[in-house]
Design a protein around this ligand. Structure first.
Ligand code: FMN
Length: 362
């Protein structure tokens, strides 16, 4: 019998030890100034979650190309000029004892929208330029019609992910995650709903996965061998005819063979109208199967609110790491509070500057 790890046990992958198994899920803040540069908002927003005790902070979807942003407010790593701003985030997160990760993304046909609070509406092509996709099918009829990618566009996307990975490494991030979920470009290739190509990038799973696997390979190649690579996959599309779990298990197994370390299993986002379960940890059963059948580490994400729910993801052997999103927007100190709830408060490192708070007040 092996011991099942608890939420505040460290997780070692390759040469990296994450001090506990609570991670901040990547969440777009749309707070760049139309140039992809990190701002003080990002520094404080992410740094405060590190101060709040999480083991791993994953910086939001960060565009590998200017046209790969969702909105003008997205973070970017498409230019060397963006590295120093990311380095400030990394330093702040690490200063508080957490590991700094970043999610790399290309929006494909879901790019070129206004920020959520400006309506999430498509921006005119005069303002944004074209959006790219495997096939010229818009996400919604009223959205921009994307341009079907040529083989040159495909090669360019692989290069962009590779270059952004190099920049992430130069910024000092210790985990890189590919955003292959939520209906963005890599998921658009994986799903038959958005990929109607008749060349070697469309059709059967092996063809639909060809570009995502090439990108995963490029990321792994550029990333230091002692540091882990995660991939976020939409495990299912929730609508018959879309991506299903068996396909995702196969993709995960291919990824494991190429040295990907962990699958961050989520779902949905490819077409409007999916019905998504309301229950906490609603991806967990799928993650457990993927973990067992593809033989790869997984994380659990989705409607985790309490320390007990997060612990269950690990104790049920469905995941190696728990990602928390919205609950951590509500409470920057979610991880410390979870440790206290589990009576493990002493297991989350207290910065030396705060130690007097753990002694009697005088
Ligand atoms: C404001 C906001 C922004 C998000 N941005 C991203 C993102 O950049 N990348 C991503 O993979 N998921 C994104 N998500 C999804 C979260 O990472 C997470 O998977 C989802 O919210 C479910 O977890 P939760 O129930 O703990 O919030 C976002 C969610 C929210 C609420």
């Amino acid at each position: 019998m092996h011991a099942v790890p608890g939420l505040f046990d460290p997780l070692t992958i390759r040469g990296l030890t994450i001090p506990n198994r609570v991670a901040m899920s990547p969440m777009c803040m749309y707070r760049s100034e139309d140039d992809g540069q990190p701002t003080d908002w990002h520094l404080i927003h992410l740094g405060s979650r590190a101060a709040g005790g999480v083991g791993l902070v994953i910086t939001e979807a960060t565009a590998v190309a200017e046209e790969g942003r969702i909105t003008p407010g997205d973070l970017g790593l498409w230019s060397d000029t963006q590295i120093s701003g990311h380095r400030r985030i990394v330093n702040a997160v690490r200063e508080f004892g957490a590991v700094a990760g970043v999610q790399l993304s290309h929006s494909g046909r879901k790019g070129g929208r206004s920020r959520p609070w400006d309506g999430n509406t498509p921006l005119p092509s005069s303002q944004w330029g074209k959006t790219l996709a495997p096939s010229p099918i818009p996400f919604k009829p009223e959205w921009q019609q994307p341009t079907e990618m040529t083989h040159a566009d495909i090669a360019q996307v692989i290069d962009s992910f590779a270059a952004a990975t190099r920049r992430a490494r130069d910024a000092g991030y210790q985990v890189v995650e590919g955003h292959f979920a939520h209906g963005y470009l890599m998921h658009q290739f994986l799903s038959p709903f958005s990929n109607r190509r008749t060349d070697e990038y469309g059709g059967g799973l092996e063809n639909r996965a060809r570009l995502p696997l090439a990108v995963a390979h490029a990321i792994r190649d550029e990333w230091p061998s002692e540091l882990p690579v995660f991939m976020r996959l939409s495990l299912v599309d929730w609508i018959p005819g879309g991506v299903n779990l068996e396909e995702s298990i196969q993709v995960a197994a291919w990824m494991r063979e190429m040295g990907i370390d962990l699958i961050d299993g989520t779902s949905s986002g490819i077409i409007p109208g999916e019905t998504i379960p309301e229950a906490p940890l609603y991806h967990l059963d799928m993650s457990r199967r993927l973990r067992a059948e593809a033989g790869i580490a997984t994380s659990a994400v989705g409607r985790v609110r309490t320390a007990q729910e997060a612990s269950r993801a690990l104790s049920s052997e469905g995941a190696d790491l728990v990602l928390v999103g919205r609950a951590m927007l509500q409470d920057a100190y979610w991880a410390r509070h979870a440790a206290r709830d589990l009576e493990e408060g002493n297991r989350v490192e207290v910065p030396v500057q705060y130690r007097r708070a753990t002694q009697h007040l005088s």
